[in-house]
Write a protein that binds this ligand. Structure first.
Ligand code: C5J
Length: 227
């Protein structure tokens, strides 16, 4: 088949053109997902995020089996912090030792720096050969990255979004994609937030007003449509 239809998507059926759709896995990195990481050190409960890993892994497997393009992003800065705005560096009043670029622990390495151990994607949803893994210095996956060109070169028009955190990097990237004309669907059980009420609000707000930012659907609904 050439397309799959997710009939139960919200607010109305979502069509997945198989050769023109990419799965975008946002920031499934140890920094945010693991105890001892940056997110945990800020006082967040990483178990809330880890709850979406089984669905995210199942979504990834279903999209790979259907031959969809797959993109993974990582929130990360260059080792010299040359791509880090001072506004982002200084935000949050963090104590020394916990700012972006500092060594958090020997096991995790420097906070939010490319290729540091803590910046790696968790094994449950690790990229495989042929998939794009890209560093992004902002919350928006299109800001200062080659993502748009990569998608356009491949004729991609539709994007499925999964990742963490729902209301920050996932929603920001989905909105940015929507403004670039991509038809976007947020996969609700393959995304999580440290703040459940923010996740719930995001799901509501992206689908409000007839899908002002796009659609939502579950992993099961998408996997069934792709089969
Ligand atoms: C945050 C992200 N929450 N990946 N990053 O700072 O959502």
């Amino acid at each position: 088949k050439t397309e799959a239809v997710v009939t139960s998507a919200v607010p109305y059926p979502y069509i997945i053109p198989l050769r023109r759709t990419a799965l975008v896995m946002i920031d499934f990195q140890r920094d945010f997902m693991e105890g001892g990481g940056f997110g945990a050190s800020l006082g967040n409960n990483v178990e809330l995020l880890r709850a979406c890993l089984p669905a995210a892994a199942a979504l990834l497997a279903a999209c790979r089996a259907a031959g969809l393009a797959v993109v993974h992003t990582l929130e990360a800065h260059t080792a010299d912090l040359g791509d880090l705005h001072i506004s982002k560096f200084s935000r949050g009043n963090l104590p020394p030792g916990m700012r972006i670029g500092d060594v958090l622990t020997p096991e995790m390495g420097r906070v939010l720096i490319r290729d540091e151990p803590g910046n790696g994607i968790v094994p449950e949803v690790a990229p495989i050969e042929g998939e794009l893994a890209l560093f992004k210095p902002g919350k928006d996956a299109f800001y200062a990255t080659p993502l748009e060109g990569w998608l356009r070169e491949r004729g991609i028009t539709h994007l499925l979004f999964a990742g963490v955190t729902t209301e920050v990097c996932v929603q920001t990237s989905m909105r940015a994609a929507n403004d670039r004309g991509f038809e976007c669907c947020l996969v609700t059980d393959a995304t999580e937030s440290y703040f459940p009420e923010f996740k719930a609000a995001t799901i509501k707000m992206v689908t409000a007003q007839g899908g002002i930012v796009g659609w939502t659907a579950t992993t099961g609904e998408i996997a069934a449509a792709l089969k």
